[in-house]
Design a protein around this ligand. Structure first.
Ligand code: F6R
Length: 607
C-alpha cells in the first residue's frame, strides 16, 4: 500500500527519494511523486503509473538536499497525476505526503473551503496540507501537531515547508513510520526497506508520536509537547536479501527459497532432548500456557488460511478448542473475551490494519494476544504480549508464498509445545520434530519438478474458472491455492471442501472448468476420490496433486502431480508448493504482472 520517504542531508535528495520509492514499490501503488526543496523553492513532480514514469519527468540534475516522496495506492479520488502526492497548501510553500485514510475529510474540507482554501485534488490527504497552512506561524512541528489533533482515521504524515530549511516533520497514527539515522543525514520512512541501503540505525515511531528531523538531529514528542526518549534499534536485514538475484520474479525466488526459509523458522527452536519447542518470545510461563482453555487465531488473506490449517492441528494434537476469525470481522464484532482464551494474530507484514485493530480491541478487553509475524519491529509484533517471528526473510512479491509455509512452521512448533504440555508423549513429540525437520528436503523434491507444473499451467491457463478442492487439514490449502490463482493470474477460482461440491459448486462443472484436487493418503483419501469421480463423470477436467500415482487416481485424473509422502498433518506444507507454482506459471503464461498484480498491495494499511 502507500509508501512514504523523506530525506535531509547533504546528498542529492532526488536520487535518494526515487531509489527509496523504488524499494517501496513492492507494497503496491498506482502513482508516485516527490517534492524537493532548493533555494527556497519547492520543486514538485508527480505522475500516475510506475516510478520509471515519474523518473522520466524529473530532470536529471534536480538540485536540493531535502524533500519528501510518496507512492500512492488510490483510496479517495481516481488514479491521476493531480491526486498523486505530495500535496501542497495554497501558497505552494508547504508540502505533505500521507499514508492512511482521513475519515472526517469531508467536513474538514468544507470548513477549509469556507475559510478560502483552494483545493486542487480529490484526495482526503490534501486537507492536511491546508490544515497545516492554517496553523503555520513559522513552527512546522506545532502546525502539524495542531493538524493531527483534528484528524480522524489513520495516518503516517510527512510535512515540509520551504521556510523551515532541511526540516521534515512526521506524525503517526496506525500507519508505520521509522526514522533512520546516519552521519549528518536522516531519513523518515514507512518501511525500513526504503532506507536499508543507507542506514542501519532506526527508531520505530508509535501512534501519537510526532518526529522532527534535520540532518544533524531528531526529536520525538507527543501532541502535548512532551519529549519522548526512544531506543535506537539496529536493522539486521541485509540489502541482498531484498534482491531478485537470478530469478525472473520475486515470487519465483520466494517459492524456491522455501527449502531454506522453513529451516530458518525451526532453527534454535527445537528441544530435541525434551521433544518440544523452545519459544522464548511467547513471554508466557508454562503455568500460563497450561491455563489456556481455548484459542482464537485471527488474520487476513493467506495468513488466515495458515491459521485455519493450524486450528485443525491444535485441536488434534493439543486437544485445545481452536477457532479462527477474519480480523476484519473480529474487530467490529464486539467479541466475547473469556478468561482462559488465548488470541493469536497472524500477519506477515505485521502492519495489516484490520489485524492490528483486532489486536488493540482484544487488548482493550483484557485478552492476552500473541503475534506470529515476519517483520521484526512491526506494529502487530510490538503491540502484542509476545509471539513468534517466522523468519522467512523479506517477502517482496505481493502474493505471499514463503510466509505461508513459515507461518505454518512457527505455529506447528507452538502446537507441539502446547501438545507436549498436555497429552502428547515424548515419543510422539520426537516423531513430530522429525517430520518438521524433513520438510525442507521434501519441499526441495517438489521444486525439482517445477517444470511439470509449468506444463500444466500451459495446458490449463486458458480456463476462466477453477475449483480447488481438499478435505480436512488440506481444505484451507485449497482456499490458499484459489487465492493465489486469483491474485496473480486474475483467473476466477473457488476453494472448497471436496465434500461440499455436491451442495452447489458441482453445478459449475463442465469441460471448461478444471478442478484441482488435493489427494493425500490420509483417512479422507477414499472420500476425496469419490468427489473426483463425481467431477469426472460430469466431464470436468481433473488435476490431482497426490502422494502417489496409483492406478485408481490415474484412471480418474487427467493429470497427476506427485508429491512426496508425509505424515498426514504435514501435507499442507507440501500441497501448497505446486499450487503456488501453478499460479505463478499461469500468470506468466497470461502475461500478468506477477510481482505486483493489479489493484493489490503488499501491506494493507487502510480499510
Ligand atoms: C495473499 C496476500 C494477502 C495477505 C493479507 C494479509 O497472497 O498476500 O492475502 O496475506 O493481506 O497480510 P499480512 O499477512 O501481512 O497481515
Amino acid at each position: 500500500m502507500c509508501g512514504i520517504i523523506g530525506y535531509c542531508g547533504s546528498r542529492s535528495a532526488t536520487r535518494l527519494l526515487l531509489s527509496g520509492l523504488k524499494r517501496l514499490e513492492y507494497r503496491g501503488y498506482d502513482s508516485a511523486g516527490i517534492g524537493v526543496v532548493h533555494e527556497n523553492a519547492l520543486q514538485l513532480y508527480k505522475k500516475a503509473g510506475k516510478i520509471e514514469t515519474l523518473q522520466s519527468i524529473v530532470p536529471d540534475e534536480l538540485e536540493g538536499n531535502w524533500g519528501i516522496g510518496h507512492n500512492r495506492w488510490a483510496t479517495h479520488g481516481e488514479v491521476n497525476d493531480i491526486n498523486a502526492h505530495p500535496h501542497t497548501d495554497c501558497t505552494g510553500k508547504i508540502a505533505i505526503c500521507h499514508n492512511g485514510i482521513i475519515e472526517n475529510c469531508e467536513s474538514l474540507r468544507n470548513r477549509l473551503e469556507i475559510e478560502g482554501h483552494r483545493f486542487s485534488s480529490q484526495t482526503d490527504s490534501e486537507v492536511i496540507a491546508h490544515l497545516v497552512e492554517s496553523f503555520y506561524e513559522g513552527n512546522l512541528e506545532f502546525a502539524l501537531k495542531a493538524t493531527v489533533s483534528l484528524l480522524e482515521g489513520t495516518y503516517g504524515i510527512l510535512a515540509i515547508s520551504v521556510d523551515n530549511p532541511r526540516q521534515i516533520v512526521g506524525a503517526r497514527n496506525g500507519s508505520p513510520m521509522i526514522i533512520a539515522i546516519a552521519d549528518n543525514e536522516k531519513f523518515i520512512a514507512s518501511d525500513v526497506s526504503a532506507v536499508l541501503a543507507h542506514a542501519k540505525q532506526v527508531i520505530y515511531l508509535e501512534d501519537g508520536e510526532v518526529a522532527s528531523i534535520n540532518p544533524d538531529n531528531y526529536e520525538i514528542s507527543d501532541v502535548r509537547n512532551r519529549s519522548i526518549d526512544k531506543k535506537i534499534e539496529i536493522i539486521s536485514l541485509e540489502l541482498k536479501e531484498m534482491e531478485k538475484g537470478n530469478y525472473s520474479h520475486y515470487m519465483l525466488k520466494e517459492i524456491h527459497e522455501q527449502t531454506d526459509s522453513i529451516s530458518r523458522a525451526l532453527k534454535g527452536r527445537i528441544d530435541e532432548k525434551q521433544a518440544t519447542a523452545l519459544l522464548v518470545g511467547l513471554n508466557m510461563s508454562e503455568t500460563e500456557l497450561l491455563a489456556v482453555k481455548r484459542i482464537t487465531i485471527t488474520a487476513a488473506g493467506t495468513s488466515f488460511y495458515a491459521a485455519r490449517v493450524v486450528a485443525y492441528l491444535l485441536e488434534k494434537i493439543a486437544r485445545i478448542p481452536t477457532t479462527t476469525e477474519l480480523s476484519s470481522e473480529l474487530r467490529y464484532r464486539n467479541p466475547v473475551v473469556e478468561r482462559g482464551t488465548l488470541y493469536i494474530a497472524v500477519s506477515q507484514s505485521g502492519e495489516t490494519i484490520d489485524t492490528l485493530m483486532a489486536v488493540q480491541e482484544l487488548q482493550r478487553k483484557g485478552a492476552p494476544v500473541l503475534s506470529v509475524s515476519n517483520v521484526v519491529g512491526s506494529s502487530i509484533a510490538r503491540e502484542s504480549h509476545g509471539g513468534i517471528y517466522i523468519h522467512s526473510g523479506p517477502e517482496i512479491a505481493v502474493a505471499s508464498t514463503k510466509a505461508f509455509t513459515n507461518q505454518l512452521a512457527a505455529m506447528y512448533m507452538f502446537a507441539l509445545k502446547m501438545a507436549r504440555m498436555r497429552h502428547m508423549a515424548w515419543s510422539e513429540g520426537k516423531k513430530f520434530i522429525k517430520n518438521l525437520s524433513n520438510l525442507s528436503d521434501k519441499i526441495g523434491e517438489i521444486l525439482k519438478n517445477a517444470d511439470k507444473i509449468e506444463q500444466l499451467a500451459r495446458k490449463y491457463s486458458g480456463a476462466k474458472n477453477f475449483l480447488f478442492l481438499g478435505r480436512g487439514i488440506n481444505f484451507p490449502v485449497a482456499l490458499e491455492g484459489a487465492l493465489k490463482l486469483k491474485e496473480v493470474a486474475y483467473i476466477h477460482a473457488e476453494g472448497y471442501s471436496a465434500a461440499e461440491i455436491k451442495h452447489g459448486p458441482i453445478a459449475l462443472i463442465n469441460s471448461r472448468t478444471p478442478s484441482i484436487f488435493l489427494v493425500s493418503d490420509d483417512h479422507l483419501y477414499s472420500k476425496v476420490l469419490t468427489s473426483m469421480k463425481e467431477v469426472k463423470v460430469r466431464n470436468g477436467p481433473v488435476i490431482a496433486i497426490s502422494t502417489e500415482r496409483n492406478e485408481q487416481i490415474s484412471r480418474i485424473a487427467d493429470d497427476v502431480f506427485q508429491i512426496p509422502k508425509a505424515e498426514e498433518d504435514f501435507y499442507p506444507f507440501l500441497m501448497v508448493i505446486p499450487l503456488q507454482l501453478f499460479a505463478y506459471y499461469c500468470a506468466l503464461e497470461l502475461g500478468c504482472d506477477v510481482d505486483q498484480p493489479r489493484n493489490l498491495a503488499k501491506s494493507v494499511t487502510v480499510e
